[in-house]
Structures are given as C-alpha cells and as structure tokens.
Write a protein that binds this ligand. Structure first.
Ligand code: JHZ
Ligand code: SAH
Length: 399
C-alpha cells in the first residue's frame, strides 16, 4: 500500500498493461508494444476509486475505435427497455446522448428530438448514416456552450459507460449543469464498484475505465455542481451496473428510497474504508493464482482452450495473469474491427465467429463473461455436447 498526493491510496497493482482496446495487426505483433503500470487508487476525501496512470482521450478514442454497443442483444434490450421507461415517465422534448457509439440507444427515439455526441468518427458515422444528428467531438464544457447557441436546454441527457471514461469530472458536471433544463433528468449508467468488489471483477479496471463509481463517491462530485441523485436502479448489465437518475438541486423531484438503500448497502460493505480495498486486492491475487493453475493444467493435459469475446476487460485479465497464445489457441468475436487482429499484450489471434464452435475445443475462456446468459443460450449445442467454460468470476472455475 502506497500513499501519494496525501489523499490517494494505491491498493491494487495489475502489472504492466497495454491499451485495452488496441488490437494488433499481424505486422505489429513482432514489434514492442507500449505498456504502462495499471495501479488502482482510493481517494480518501472524495471516496472515489480511479486508476493512477491515465491517457489522453484522443489516444483512446479515435477513428480506429473497435467497440460497438450493438454486438450484444442484452445491451440492445436494455437500451430499448430504458427508452420505453423514458418515453412514459419523462416524455422528453429533446434528448442528448453522450458517448452514443453506434446509435444503439438513440435508435429507439425519433430522429428530430435526438442528438448524439461520439468522438470516434468511425463509429459516429454509423449513427449519422441513419440520419441522426450526431457530433464527432468529445463532450466538454466548450462543446456544451457551443450546443447551447444552437439548441434549447435538454430535458433528458443519457450517458452509459462513458462518464467513467472522462478524467475531468468537474468539467463534465459543470457542462451538464449548463445544458440540462431546470426540471431535466440526467441519467448515468456505469459498472458498480460494489459489484466489482463482490464479484472480484478486477478486469473492470483498464485504461478506459478511469473511474469505477460508487454512489458514495459519485454524489460528492455531483454536489459540487449543484446536482443530486434522486433514484438508483441496479442492473445486471456488464457484471452489475448502477443507473443513476440525477437532477438539479432545486428541481422538485422527490428523492426516492433506492438512494438511501444504496447508500446503506455500500456503507455496510465498507466502500468508505481502505481495509475493504486491501482485502479485495488479496482476493485478486488469489484469483490470479487460481486462473493460472487452471490454464497450466489444461496445457499439461493438452486440452484445446479458446477465448470467447475479446473484451477490453479480458486484456486486463490476460496481461495480469500472463496468459498468452501458448494457453489460448484463438479468440472468437463478432466485432468486424477486432477480427484477424491479435489481443493487446498477449498476441492471441482473434477469429470471426461463424455461428458455431469447432468440434475439437475442450474449454472456452469467457472473455465476455458479462454476457454469460446470452452466450450460454447461443452455445447450447456446445454445452449439450459436453463443452465447458472457464470463467474468472467470482473465483476462477470450470463450468
Ligand atoms: P463488452 C468495452 O468494454 C469498452 P468490453 C468500454 N470501455 C466499456 O466500458 C464497455 O465496452 C461498455 C463480443 N461478443 O461489451 C463483442 C461476441 O463475440 O463486454 C465484444 O467484442 N459474441 C467502452 O470490451 C465483446 O464480446 C457475443 O455473443 O469489455 C463484448 O464486449 C457477445 C454477446 C459479445 O465490453
Ligand atoms: N454508450 C455506449 C457506448 C459505450 S463505449 C454503451 O453503453 O454501449 C464509450 C463511448 O464513449 C465510446 O464510443 C467513446 O468514443 C465515447 N467517449 C469517450 N470519451 C468521450 C467524451 N469525452 N465525450 C463523448 N463520448 C466519449
């Protein structure tokens, strides 16, 4: 444990890591990759958990960005369900989405009421092609001011799996305060720190996830900007996420019971105590040993192991546990921009998923463990024929 800045405590060291979504071409695998040390810290004052070394947004999110929200039915359904709820309960006249990616959420709304902000031009153009109003820029206070010159204030702002990717939270929330109408609702959705600790999903930490939020941490930053959480929904998405409903302080919306309930659960678990994080760190070390022993055993027995879902999360697992192409033959993934490339750091080939698993596969390492239900349903044939999966959460095991 190390204390730096007098108020931040380092509690987890996940070793040398490459950028999580930086998949390699064949000609890049011979070259030395840029790596950094992935260390996770707890901010005692704000109760925020964040990674120590960060990269510029441009370095992470540019016109080569491979992630597509539309690759899972689970996400599509989650966005659709939320859109139904929004239309029924909030009835917004204008919607702004920050981090709209390929338009998977916005497509549930009319084009003339929606605006998407997506800095990766390769992904943004997918939504634009469908005639949605999208802006290929990073969300900043500067952009918010520009937007206000053209549009009225927004009565609904949604941002899933994006705010945790932006280092300058003061800039984000200042800008939200500016563009949100007085009675407007700002909805944030991100992985839950509580679930991350409970499920030992240390792979929620990688360069893009600058923060993994808890309610008790997030509320402190929001408060500085006159914003408050009035409702929290717990979701099973991405291995346990929280959907925070946020309003301006003076807005009359009632603060719902779910907020107090959440606060109590997090405090009871000890998210405000450094001891909790140090215990987590010990469990992560144990998890690494166990996973490595499973892979070593498979190798000794000459079993064929492949990976399923070359996720950003699995970059953390593979590099931390030092699992490489001698242990995993290849990964399968449905994302075009990942296919025929190699996993960052560990250089395992990613192949196109063609709808079935090869007959000689003994084990599948589930990189996309967060879509376990969806994938198990899809791979019913493999499971029925005796096929097994390796999964690392809550502790590594074969199922
Ligand atoms: P998935 C990315 O993380 C990065 P990743 C980012 N930082 C973030 O926060 C989340 O997304 C939202 C594939 N797949 O969603 C598709 C199959 O091949 O867990 C994807 O490559 N077959 C923005 O990368 C990957 O798995 C399938 O049936 O950790 C899933 O990636 C399914 C369901 C998925 O996010
Ligand atoms: N909201 C989608 C996409 C999440 S991926 C979902 O939940 O599936 C995160 C997205 O945020 C990426 O497409 C990335 O380009 C975008 N992003 C990163 N920083 C951003 C910023 N400052 N402003 C707007 N979008 C940003």
């Amino acid at each position: 444990m190390k204390i730096y800045n007098k108020k931040k405590i380092e509690f987890l060291d996940l070793g040398q890591q490459p950028l999580a979504n930086y998949y390699l071409n064949k000609n890049q695998i011979q070259k030395k990759e840029k790596k950094y040390r992935l260390v996770v810290c707890y901010d005692v004052k704000n109760k925020l958990v964040s990674i120590k070394k960060t990269f510029s947004s441009k370095m992470m999110f540019n016109n080569k960005y491979p992630y597509r929200s539309s690759m899972s039915k689970t996400m599509q359904k989650s966005f659709k369900d939320l859109s139904i709820q929004i239309k029924k309960k909030i009835k917004p006249k204008k919607i702004l989405e920050i981090g709209s990616n390929d338009g998977s959420f916005l497509k549930n709304f009319k084009k003339n009421i929606s605006i998407g902000i997506e800095p990766c031009a390769n992904v943004e153009k997918i939504t634009k092609k469908n005639n949605y109003n999208t802006i290929a820029e990073f969300w900043t206070l500067k952009l918010a001011k520009k937007l206000l010159k053209k549009f009225d204030k927004m009565d609904l702002i949604y941002s899933a799996n994006t705010i945790s990717h932006i280092k300058n939270l003061d800039d984000v929330f200042k800008s939200i305060n500016l563009v949100l109408s007085d009675n407007g609702v700002f909805i944030i959705e991100d992985p839950s720190l509580l679930e991350c600790l409970k499920r030992n999903t240390y792979d929620q930490f990688y360069n893009e996830h600058i923060y993994v939020f808890s309610y008790i941490g997030l509320k402190n930053i929001l408060k500085k900007h006159n914003l408050e959480i009035f409702k929290i929904d717990s979701l099973d998405i991405h291995g346990g996420s929280n959907r925070y409903f946020i309003k301006k302080k003076e807005c009359a919306r009632k603060i719902e019971h779910s907020v107090k309930k959440h606060c109590n659960i997090e405090t009871k678990y000890g998210l405000d105590k450094i001891k909790t994080y140090l215990q987590f760190s010990k469990r992560v070390e144990k998890s690494k040993k166990l996973l490595l022993s499973i892979f070593t055993n498979c190798k000794l027995k000459n079993k064929k192991v492949i990976g399923y879902g070359a996720t950003a999360k699995s970059t953390t697992i593979l590099n931390y546990c030092k699992i490489n192409d001698s242990m995993i033959d290849y990964f399968l993934d449905t994302t075009k921009d990942k296919q025929n490339k190699y996993t960052p750091g560990t250089k395992i080939k990613i192949k196109r998923y063609n709808g079935s698993i090869e007959k000689d596969v003994d084990y599948i390492f589930l990189g996309a463990w967060n879509f376990k239900k969806e994938i198990f349903k899809k791979e019913n044939k493999y499971i029925k024929s005796g096929g097994k999966f390796i999964i690392h959460t809550p502790m590594p095991k074969i199922i």
